[in-house]
Design a protein around this ligand. Structure first.
Ligand code: 2BA
Length: 109
């Protein structure tokens, strides 16, 4: 078994969870926060058989889009005492950031 962990933008989370359910995949959504932008995002935990990983990755890929996001000087980089950025910086936020990990054991009680 594999655990697919996908960090996606909040804007894409409804579409992704809808498609996962329609295609018969089980998933858990966690509210999360990006370390860099300090903005909310959504982390999906999706437990699947190894043979289903590619299908899940395809659903994630088609449900999530990359967007440009502007980091203002007082958020992200400058808010924690890091070097001051006097002007807004534009960064591209995925798509989705995906990890696929081996599951040593799976149980439901
Ligand atoms: P954030 O950490 O808020 O990062 C948002 C975007 O800011 C990133 O988009 C990237 O374009 C940029 N960025 C992040 N750290 C940077 C840095 N040190 N210098 C310059 N630019 C930086 P994505 O790479 O698409 O990441 C989107 C979100 O996925 C991240 O939000 C974070 O929540 C998660 N993520 C990305 N890589 C990760 C990793 N290796 N481990 C855990 N979570 C990760």
């Amino acid at each position: 078994m594999r655990l697919v962990i996908a960090v996606v933008q909040d804007k894409d989370s409804y579409r992704l969870s809808d498609r996962l359910v329609k295609q018969g995949f089980r998933a858990t959504k966690l509210a999360s926060t990006g370390g860099f932008l300090k903005a909310g995002n959504t982390t999906f935990l999706i437990g699947v058989e190894e043979s289903q990983v590619d299908e899940v990755l395809a659903v994630i890929k088609e449900s999530c889009q990359a967007r440009q996001q502007t980091v203002s000087p007082m958020t992200g980089m400058a808010s924690q005492g890091e070097s001051y950025m006097p002007y807004p910086v534009s960064v591209q936020v995925g798509g989705a950031t995906v990890f696929v990990v081996d599951v040593a054991q799976f149980a439901q009680y």
